[in-house]
Write a protein that binds this ligand. Structure first.
Ligand code: BV8
Ligand code: ZN
Length: 260
């Protein structure tokens, strides 16, 4: 075994090379190397200063919309200043080699799209699709003030809907809310029909997303996890490559680009 801790497991090629319909399930760890805190990360996790139950729920919004809106403006400012990393770009390259590749993401950022991935399913919505809490009408995304990236707990009054005067909410799926039906249905279809599944940067604790890899697994489709830490999904995967997404995916795509 090479002493390079990033050494690609030999089996990875055997599992991926024959695949023509690759599906990729990503979580917050996929954006970590772009500087976006993960949800459950040790020190700088998004939840380290806040508890999901106090912020990412409709009740939190009803109780303190200024705190919730300020938290999402902080996150939006961070994402707007972030850049896709080599792992995002490697997935875009892989999608050019395997045109059927679909990214199913739990993330609400736009880094996959900015890296060039053309088919991205957002299971948990997007920071860039705000809508009215009262009448559900979408409203145009306004870029966040870049200065907000340094102010995670600033309270901010949300804008109001031009149509009904209700408050505008982030276009994300909160805990206790149903996932968008069409996105979930297509994600189930894509993962049910894929011939290889990459699971990247997710702790596998949030449902129903965490149950998606099982749909591939039970059909005997190779499931490969890329995550520096073991997760709730690790026991179920065929291969756990414990490396960061950016470094691992870049290694996967180069120099072996033409042999995938
Ligand atoms: C639903 C958008 C049902 C918002 C998110 C009570 C009532 C209703 C439902 C429930 C309930 N109790 C439990 C549930 C189910 C609940 C759930 O699963 N809760 C969990 C906490 C137990 N699910 C829901 O509520 C879902 N809805 O069930 O509705 C229903 C039915 C009928 C009628 C009404 C309702 C909705 C879930 C969606 C919640 N919204 N996000 C926002 O962003 O603010 S979830 C949030 O967690 C993010 O989307 C995030 O992506 C997601 C999952 O977390 P991960 O992505 O895995 O991130 P995490 O930090 O945990 O892990 C990071 C990983 O990356 C780690 O493994 C780390 O090792 C790794 N990593 C770190 N660095 C790197 C890396 N990997 C690679 N490279 C690196 N460099
Ligand atoms: Zn409205």
């Amino acid at each position: 075994m090479q002493n390079d801790h990033l050494a690609m497991p030999d089996r990875l090629f055997d599992l991926l090379t024959p695949a023509r319909r690759i599906a990729v399930l990503t979580g917050a760890g996929m954006s970590a190397e772009s500087g976006i805190p993960t949800f459950r990360g040790a020190s700088n996790g998004l939840w380290s200063n806040f508890d999901p139950e106090t912020l990412a729920t409709a009740n939190a919004w009803r109780n303190d919309k200024a705190l919730v809106w300020g938290w999402y403006q902080w996150r939006t400012a961070m994402v707007e200043q972030a850049q896709p990393h080599e792992g995002h770009r490697a997935l875009a390259e892989l999608s050019a080699l395997r045109p059927g590749l679909v990214v199913v993401t739990q993330n609400v950022d736009d880094l996959h799209e900015r890296a060039g991935c053309l088919d991205v399913i957002h299971l948990h919505g997007s920071l860039f699709a705000p809508r009215c809490f009262a009448c559900a009408r979408s409203c145009p995304h306004q870029p966040a003030d870049p200065a907000l990236a340094a102010r995670p707990a600033l309270r901010m009054t949300p804008p109001v809907c031009a149509h009904c005067g209700g408050f505008i909410r982030p276009g994300v799926v909160w805990f206790g809310e149903q996932l968008p039906k069409a996105s979930l249905a297509r994600a189930v279809q894509v993962i049910t029909e894929c011939d290889a599944l990459l699971v990247i940067g997710t702790s596998g604790v949030v449902h129903p997303a965490a149950s998606l890899p099982g749909l591939a697994r039970k059909r005997g489709v190779p499931v490969v996890e890329i995550n520096p830490e073991p997760t709730a999904l690790t026991p179920e995967v065929d291969l756990a490559w414990q490396v960061p997404a950016g470094q691992g995916l870049a290694r996967l795509m180069c120099p072996s680009l033409d042999s995938i």
